[in-house]
Design a binder for this molecule. Structure first.
Ligand code: HMG
Ligand code: MG
Length: 298
């Protein structure tokens, strides 16, 4: 039996735009957040507090976070890889912070410049400080199916990382297919490995669509009872440390799938398509959402 309700986190402003080569004004990011919340999104991943030398596009984190008109029923999350990032984020009062690790050693090194074990040592004080400040903590787990440097990743390595995340008090985790190589059974295996340490309510699916598998993988996760997913409006994005990786699955496409299955999301698809059109126009490219393109062609 599929879940009757699904919660989506739109990660477009962060995952979607972090790899964008052209400058995107803070005002545009703010408008995107406003349009997403107007469309009914209740969770939005806004920005990252990472080194601007590594990810220049997120250097305007303070400007974006302080310029938004917040809604009290929306959860705004931000990425914080270390205490320096957390302290910087704290000034902007996020509702949730995200520490991000990887099931692959090589990806951990390329993405956050440390081993998996070192990353957990860095995250532990961040988790502690967040909890002391009353801020929720999510853990992103990259490369849970495949890694651009190491190839296939075994479910045991996902279970290992999930166990480490649980051990330091991370409240919920994202099972990410960073480079979109996953197929349904392999994604289910990664989720089942995670369920050794986390309950269903605390696991979300984060699927990039590089190989066009993300909707199938979403359905496969729904079949296991997963009801939290991350997606990116207009299918924006790509990871700077995963060459060739395209964006997250488009939020519009996931919403269309869910509504078609009779699953509630609280999202207004037309308003969401407007949000996607807005950012696609700003970036000067067609939307990556098949559903948006179909609806706009009508
Ligand atoms: P490092 O070089 O090992 O850190 O970077 P360090 O502590 O040695 O510091 C070096 C310099 O960075 C210093 O500056 C620090 O002040 C500065 P300098 O003295 O040279 O001028 N620094 C910072 N500046 C701002 N904010 C900070 C911060 N920390 C240090 N928080 C670090 C380690 C993690 C910072 C670096 O590797 C980094 O920023 N990496 C970027 C990671 C990133 O944003 N990746 C993309 C997001 S993850 C993702 O997309 C995957 C996900 O979507 C799930 C999936 O799909 O898989 C979540
Ligand atoms: Mg991602």
């Amino acid at each position: 039996k599929l879940p009757s309700l699904v919660k989506l986190v739109d990660v477009g402003p962060r995952d979607g735009l972090q790899n964008e080569k052209q400058p995107v004004a803070a005002a545009v990011k703010i408008e995107l957040v406003h349009r997403l919340q107007a469309a009914g999104l209740k969770e939005i991943e806004v920005t990252s507090y990472v080194s601007p030398k590594w990810v220049p596009q997120m250097a305007d984190n303070h400007e974006v976070m302080s310029g938004m008109q917040r809604q009290s029923d929306v959860r705004y999350s931000v990425l914080t890889p270390n205490l320096k990032g957390f302290e910087s984020a704290l000034l902007d009062k996020p509702d949730e912070i995200v520490v991000f690790g990887a099931a692959s050693e090589a990806f951990s090194q390329k993405n956050i410049n440390c081993s998996i074990a070192e990353s957990i040592e860095r995250f532990a004080p961040v988790v502690e400080a967040a909890k002391a400040a009353g801020i929720a903590v999510r853990g992103a787990m990259s490369c849970t199916v495949g890694c651009p440097y190491e190839g296939d990743i075994a479910p045991e390595r996902v279970a290992y990382l999930a166990g480490l995340m649980k051990g330091i008090g991370v409240q919920r985790v994202d099972v990410a297919d960073t480079i979109g190589v996953g197929t349904p059974r392999r994604v289910q295996a990664a989720i089942e490995a995670t369920l050794k340490h986390y309950s269903l309510d605390d696991v979300s699916g984060h699927f990039h669509d590089t190989y066009g598998q993300a909707l199938s993988n979403t359905l496969a996760a729904l079949e296991l009872g997963v009801w939290n997913f991350q997606s990116s409006v207009a299918g924006l994005g790509g990871c700077p440390y995963a060459k060739g990786a395209t964006g997250n699955v488009a939020t519009e496409d996931v919403v269309y799938l869910l509504h078609g299955l009779g699953i509630e999301t609280g999202i207004d698809l037309d308003a969401l398509v407007d949000a996607g059109s807005y950012i696609s126009e700003q970036l000067g490219r067609p939307s990556g959402s098949r559903v948006a393109r179909a609806l706009l062609a009508k």
